[in-house]
Design a protein around this ligand. Structure first.
Ligand code: PLP
Length: 224
């Protein structure tokens, strides 16, 4: 079980090597540890190895873990799964970031439901960059309008974009995402996050400007 510490070190090494190859500073890429389906104890092991940011896809499971880990008060939780509109209140209550925002209704609800006493909720818009029917995410032509809506929401902060490119044509999708990200950054000073790259394609994502890779399997092992 103490493989988690070794795995994290291995992933950090991969990130550093990819940064070196891309001519980037390693501090420009953050690691999000995706802990979905894995128990709170494994999150805690990763925490003790220095990891602070964790990604979860399933709300019920995530809330249980978050409540089990309140003694670790500097954990940063990112919601990265599909969002049902009746779940936004709990997401706004328990998470620091939401990366899978994909429609106006969700933006409006998260803004209304984020408590006044909390910091603004950090938002990434998920782009369905490969145009896959089965994947969630906005179309590119919706981006300008939804980004503006997040920007105008007082309890939200627009941080950037997230994507899960299709396996086959990932290179093209990654480079399109980089262009969209740079355009958005030129428009909004709060934008600093391009979340793309998973266990299998992190080097390629970093080579195309990713600032946050989301890694599950390579840290916690295969999921059921
Ligand atoms: C599960 C998941 C990941 C992690 O995938 P791995 O292949 O296990 O690294 C990253 N991003 C999202 C949105 C996920 O759902």
């Amino acid at each position: 079980m103490n493989h988690i510490k070794d795995n994290l070190a291995q992933v950090e090494l991969q990130i550093n090597q990819a940064c070196e190859q891309a001519g980037r500073e390693q501090t420009t890429v953050q690691l999000l540890a995706v802990s979905k389906t894995k128990p709170a104890e494994q999150v805690e092991q990763a925490y003790h190895a220095g990891q602070r940011a964790f990604g979860e896809n399933y709300l019920q499971e995530a809330v249980e873990k978050i409540q089990q880990l309140t003694h670790l008060d500097d954990l940063i939780w990112h919601f990265i799964g599909p969002i049902q509109s009746n779940k936004t209140r709990q997401i706004a209550q328990h998470f620091d970031w939401v990366q899978s925002v994909d429609r106006a209704k969700i933006i409006t609800r998260l803004n209304e439901q984020r408590a006044e006493h909390n910091n603004p909720l950090n938002i990434c818009l998920q782009v369905n960059i490969s145009g896959e029917e089965s994947k969630s995410g906005i179309q590119v032509n919706e981006l300008a309008q939804l980004a503006q809506l997040v920007h105008e929401s007082p309890h939200l902060t627009l941080r950037g974009l997230m994507a899960i490119p299709e396996k086959g044509n990932a290179e093209q999708s990654f480079s399109q995402m980089q262009q969209l990200f740079e355009q958005l950054q030129a428009q909004y000073s709060s934008v600093d996050t391009l979340s793309m790259g998973m266990s299998d394609d992190l080097a390629q994502a970093i080579n195309n400007g990713s600032t946050m890779v989301r890694i599950g399997t390579a840290i916690f092992g295969a999921r059921q």
